[in-house]
Structures are given as C-alpha cells and as structure tokens.
Design a protein around this ligand. Structure first.
Ligand code: 5GP
Length: 237
C-alpha cells in the first residue's frame, strides 16, 4: 500500500517507490464554501480523473508543461512530484461568482479581455484575493514567477476556450494551481475539471440548464453527476 502523504477535499496524494513520482486518487467527495457544504457526486472521482487526463494531454500537445504522467486506474493518476506554489490562479472570461460580488459587474457580462487573479491558498483565511505585493511580502512566488504564472494561465485559457467552444461549452472561468520541480521548472498541477471550471452549455439558453459544473452542487440545482458525465462525453469528442 502506498503511503498517504496528503489528503485534500477532492483528492488524496500517495507516495510511490520513485520520489519523483506521486499518485493522485480522485475522490467522489464534493465540498463548497470552504468545506461548509459537503456531499458526494456519483462517479465524480472517475469522471474528473478522465477529464483532467484528457485536458492535461491536450495542453501538453500545445506546449504547456504539466505534472501529468499517466492515468493508472479510472480514478488514479501518476504525476510528477512538485512543490505546490500556494496560489490559486483564476482566469475569467465572463463575470460570475466572487468576481461579481467584488466588482459589481453584472453576472454574465463578457469581459473585454481575460482577467487573471491570484488567491492565497489558505483555508484558515478563506483563500483571500492577493495582490502582487502580498505575494512578494509572504514570499509565495518571485516577481519572475508571477509573470510566468500569468503568461501560462492566459495561454492555457486560449487553448481551453477554443477546446471547449468546439464542444459547445463556454469556459466562463477556472482555477489553476502550479508547482515547481526541483530544477525550478514550473508545471501546471492539481486538476482541471468541472470542479475547478465554470462551463456553460451553448446548446441551451435556459439559465439553470446551462450550468455544467460545480455550481450545480454549490447552488443545489440537481443533476450534478449528469452534468459532469456530459462534460466528459464532450471532452472525449
Ligand atoms: P470564484 O472566485 O468566482 O468563486 O471562482 C472562480 C473559478 O475558480 C470558478 O471556476 C471556481 O470553480 C474556481 N475556484 C476558485 N476557488 C476554488 C477552490 O478553492 N476550489 C475549486 N475546486 N475551485 C475553485
């Protein structure tokens, strides 16, 4: 049995015989609002693992370095061991979620250009929005790394927007995490899935039915697993 080295809200990380390689287990557990709301989504572990695998492979073909090595079971993925940079890098194309609450820009507004935001990954503080000065002061990343994170995030957004739009899904916003290899190389880490993206179905104009992501769970809209399954089916197209 592999040694568990970290258990997060949606994933468990295990060590392997090779110190450079870790094993990620995707759980069916779902949480929202800093774990104040808890539940399970049927087959989420397998669905998100399959979606993340597909998207990591796609991004690698576009020249984005990721931690993905291989999918080893329906809900397991081998990844390169990295030191996670404790920042959530959010890219937004359309106003939704906390951005609406913070700016007053109307929900659903197409932004003139994609917005990048950094949040400090810290559950005790509720993942606050951080400026570059905050990042420097707490030494979470160097100024050069912040520039690189921003460039990588925007480039990933370009690739994913087109990828999803070809599948009749609008990429509203998403959260990325990055990690540093021992060499200092920055890799895209964590996962990309309906847990970490807002995706709207272009094939319906019904505001409730459009939502294909974790907002269905957050807002108790029902049919959460069905929406995740549909995203997987389209990702595989
Ligand atoms: P917001 O800041 O509007 O709550 O989230 C922006 C985007 O980042 C959404 O797609 C949301 O799913 C994702 N996101 C932000 N923080 C987290 C987080 O802590 N966990 C997950 N899974 N996604 C997050």
């Amino acid at each position: 049995m592999n040694q568990k080295i970290y258990e997060g809200k949606a994933k468990i990380l295990y060590a392997t015989d090779d110190p450079e390689i870790l094993l990620t287990h995707f759980k069916d557990d779902a949480t929202a609002f800093n774990a104040q709301k808890k539940g399970q989504i049927r087959r989420k572990g397998e669905i998100n693992c399959a979606i993340a695998t597909h998207l990591f492979k796609f991004l690698e073909t576009q020249g984005i370095p990721t931690h993905f090595i291989a999918q080893t079971a329906p809900d397991r993925m081998q990844v390169t061991a990295v030191k996670i940079i404790p920042l959530e890098v959010v890219v937004r194309n359309i106003a939704a979620g906390s951005f609406v609450a913070r700016t007053g820009i109307e929900f659903g507004t197409l932004l003139k250009y994609p917005i990048v935001e950094f949040f400090y990954k810290n559950d005790n503080l509720g993942d606050p929005l951080f400026t570059e000065d905050h990042i420097q002061l707490l030494e979470l990343a160097t100024p050069a790394q912040v520039i690189q994170l921003r460039e990588m995030a925007l480039s990933i957004n370009n690739f994913l927007q087109k990828f999803f739009s070809d599948r009749h899904l609008t990429l509203v916003d998403f959260k990325l995490e990055f990690g540093c290899e021992r060499s200092g190389n920055i890799l895209l880490a964590d996962e990309i899935s309906p847990d970490t993206c807002r995706l709207w179905d272009d094939l319906t104009s019904d505001p409730n039915q459009k939502i294909m992501d974790k907002d269905r769970f957050r807002q108790d809209l029902g049919n959460v697993a069905t929406a995740y399954e549909e995203v997987l089916a389209r990702v595989k197209l």
